[in-house]
Design a protein around this ligand. Structure first.
Ligand code: ZN
Length: 231
């Protein structure tokens, strides 16, 4: 009874190894990372677009205000100074100074906004380049992964078939326990008794449990739940 499931476990161990390789394939990981990168970059590009649109509107508004300011200064400076008295002259001077100050402030803000636009454009360009590289990398990794799958998949399927055929000769109750352990990621599920300890987790077994191995063909480790047989 134990021999058959031990043979099964040997082959199953190879399958587990292949399955793990399959799951943790580096090319698959890299290809997925590249997909993630492109996805994030697309999201960022959308954000940049929105920011740029907002800035363009702000700049247009500022430019409008600037034009109004310029025409006001022009209008003020065209006034016939000779006709003005001291108070009016002083008032005019103050108006012009105020308008110029505002215009300078406006210019500064426009410059700042333009700088922001430049930064957005630069980031847009770098993102575009990075996306291009990521797409290429994705293609390469995907190609290598597909090639790997072509080899690995039939191998795995062949092994699964062979194991399936072996299952009918196994003790159903024992196999059920085996499958539970496999599902929980335990390997090996069946271990030999090592002196008085579990061959899996090396925990010493109580004598009452050891007594039972004489009557049963196997016992369970109380610590790691592995199936223990006496060799
Ligand atoms: Zn154990």
């Amino acid at each position: 009874m134990i021999d058959k499931i031990l043979d099964y476990q040997n082959l199953d161990g190879e399958l587990i190894k292949l399955e793990k390789e399959f799951e943790s394939n580096e090319n698959k990981k890299q290809a997925n990372l590249m997909i993630m990168f492109v996805k994030n970059a697309t999201e960022r590009t959308k954000q940049l677009n929105e920011e740029a649109e907002k800035l363009v509107k702000e700049i247009a508004k500022l430019q409008e205000v600037e034009l109004k300011g310029i025409s006001l200064v022009e209008k003020l400076s065209k006034q016939d100074i000779a006709k003005l008295d001291d108070v009016e002259l002083k008032e005019l001077e103050q108006k012009i100074t105020g308008a110029s100050k505002n215009l300078k402030e406006l210019e500064k803000r426009l410059f700042g906004e333009n700088e922001k636009v430049k930064r957005i454009l630069a980031e847009f360009e770098t993102t575009k380049k990075k996306v291009h590289i990521a797409r290429q990398k994705h293609k390469e990794h995907k190609k290598q992964y597909d090639e790997y799958v072509q080899v690995a998949k039939p191998k795995i399927e062949k092994m699964q078939k062979k194991l399936k055929a072996m299952e009918k000769d196994l003790d159903p109750e024992l196999f059920e326990k085996y499958r539970e352990l496999r599902k929980d990621g335990v390997f090996p599920m069946i271990v030999s008794l090592n002196d008085k300890a579990c061959g899996g987790c090396r925990t010493n077994l109580p004598s009452s449990t050891l007594e039972r191995i004489k009557q049963n063909s196997y016992i369970r480790c109380e610590n790691c739940r592995r199936i223990i047989y006496d060799k």
